[in-house]
Every structure is written in C-alpha cells, then in structure tokens.
Design a protein around this ligand. Structure first.
Ligand SMILES: *Cc1c(COP(=O)(O)O)cnc(C)c1O
Length: 305
C-alpha cells in the first residue's frame, strides 16, 4: 500500500481575509508523497491494490507528455512492485522532457500514439491492440478517475475537517471533486474550479455523481470562469498571482490546476462571495512536478517545493 507522509493544513493570514471576516487554510496534499503527489496519491492507492489483487503484474494508463498522472503512476507502480506502461498522446513528444524522463527512470515503458488513435483509447479495439502488444494489464483510465479513485479521494476529507464551512478544489476530470462530494457534511459547501474551458463540466460532474451514486450532503458549486483560456493555457496575470502567492504565503502552485484554483478563490474572497465567518479549506492537489516542464517550455521558473 502506498504510504502517506505527514502534511500540513497551513493557515493563511492576510489583511483581505481579516477585512472580509473569513478564515483560510491550505491542505498541503502536495506534501503527501515525494513522487505520488496530491490527489493522484488518493486516486491511485486502491487502483494499485486492485491491480495486485487481480494478479496482474502490469498497469497501463494514458496521458499527455507533461501529465501529473503519468508521473505519479510510474512512481506508484514502481513502489508497489508493478510494471507500468504509459500510452502518451502525440507521436512527436519529447521523451526527454522532465515528466517523461522521470517516468522512464521509474521503469515505465512509454508508447507514443498519434492524436487520432489516442482519441479512440477507450475503445475495445484499441485496448485489444495494446494487449496484443504488451500482454495483459490492469487499466487505469486517463486522469485516473474510476470508482476506486473516487473511493480514494473521498478519504481526503474526514470528521477532523468539520470545522471548515467551504472546501475548494481544482477540477480536471472531476474525480477528486466527486470523491470529496461523497465525504461532505451537511453544513459544508464544496466549491470546484474547472481548469478546462466550457460549461460542459457541470453536466460531466452530474453524470459522474449519478454514475457513482453519490448523493452529497451539503452544497456543491462549480466555477467555470477561471480557466484562463482553457486547459494548460496561462496568462501573465495568473503567473503574477502565483508568484505573489508564493512570496506572501510560501505555497508553491502549478499553472494548470492549483494556480487557477488559488486565483479564483482569492478573487471570490475579494468580491465578498464567502459569507462572514466562513472557514475555507483550499485543497492543494499537487502538480508541482509539471513546473519543471513549464520552465523548459516557457522559460518561466516557478517554485516546485
Ligand atoms: C489531476 C489533477 C487535478 C484534477 O483532478 P481530477 O480528479 O481529474 O478532477 C487537479 N489538480 C492536480 C494538481 C492534478 O494533478
């Protein structure tokens, strides 16, 4: 079983919070494991147990060239004594980028596929082809979201967090949001910030909750207006905010997920969105490994720890 390291729930103090009469703390899941960071730790933990129980020696999963999920799966599989295969989107990706270099160092076999084939990755035909090429494997879906992942992420929140009135988290596939939704208490609001452009996320989350029969206590809300142009898109304003946030509070952020979450959250505090006496918990879902690749691509160095 993957073992967690202790992490802090870091209180944040700032004049704006005092002025608005709210409290804020950051759950530093980026500290939970050196290489299986953030929400990926929770999404993978039961999946790897299931892989071992099924008697399979290999896990296979999918992702982009800078994927936190690929990075985490490679590390987690190795530490659990499993082989891993990463099916990577794009024939032209740089196998020497920091994410893929790490994955290979962890023993992950990489299989590059063109973008058209990648889109068909969930089809039985495509999976059959992969089985012919690599032998039998335990399949972890892209982004790692399935029932076992949701069971894992539901463990992020417990009774010890009932002092919080609002829980804020970033949304990619929504698996983490769904797990948290299943762990909420009546007096809590779960607020998700989508990293992707588009209102489709509302329907997607509803479908996910329905599929996994999650009937949340408390309230759910989703913001789809802090995506900064779409998935993996950034703006100077976002980078400037992240740099300020680190200087002010010592919390490193990534530009894909947690930066957008922190920006949106801080913006909403300023706009008086949270009632007086709210106690807000921001879940830091990790993703800092991606800052190395971001620096290579853009020349912008963001703190990684
Ligand atoms: C994968 C990831 C997410 C998105 O999680 P979902 O469960 O797909 O919504 C959020 N933050 C970070 C840092 C991630 O790596």
């Amino acid at each position: 079983m993957l073992l967690p390291q202790p992490f802090t729930i870091q209180p944040i103090s700032h004049a704006l919070l005092a002025e608005k009469g709210v409290k804020l703390a950051v759950m530093r899941l980026d500290q939970i494991h050196a290489a299986v960071s953030g929400n990926k730790f929770f999404k993978l933990k039961y999946n790897l147990e299931a892989a071992k129980e099924s008697g399979k020696s290999t896990v296979l999963t999918f992702g982009g060239a800078f994927s936190n999920h690929i990075y985490a799966t490679a590390s987690a599989a190795r530490s659990e004594g499993l082989q891993s295969i990463g099916v990577i989107r794009g024939k032209d990706v740089d196998l020497e980028n920091p994410t893929l270099r790490h994955a290979q160092k962890m023993g992950m076999k990489l299989h590059l596929v063109d973008r058209d084939s990648y889109r068909k990755k969930d089809s039985p035909e495509f999976l059959d082809l992969l089985k012919k090429e690599f032998g039998d494997f335990y399949l972890v879906p892209e982004g790692g979201t399935n029932a076992l992942a949701i069971r894992g992420t539901s463990e992020i929140l417990g009774k010890e967090h009932s002092e919080f009135s609002h829980v804020c988290v970033s949304i990619g596939t929504g698996g983490t949001f769904a797990g948290l939704a299943s762990a909420m208490e009546n007096h809590q609001t779960l607020l998700g910030f989508s990293s992707l452009k588009g209102d489709f996320i509302h329907g997607e989350i509803n479908a996910l909750l329905e599929k996994h029969e999650i009937k949340p206590r408390g309230e759910l809300a989703i913001r789809s207006d802090y995506h900064f142009g779409g998935y993996a898109k950034t703006k100077p304003e976002l980078i400037a905010f992240m740099t300020w946030f680190y200087a002010e509070f010592g919390v490193p952020l990534d530009p894909i997920y947690t930066g957008k979450l922190a920006f949106g959250l801080w913006d909403l505090v300023g706009k008086g969105h949270f009632p007086k006496n709210s106690h807000i918990l921001m879940i830091h879902t990790g993703g800092l490994q991606g800052n190395a690749g971001f620096a290579e691509k853009t020349g912008i160095e963001l703190p990684r720890t």
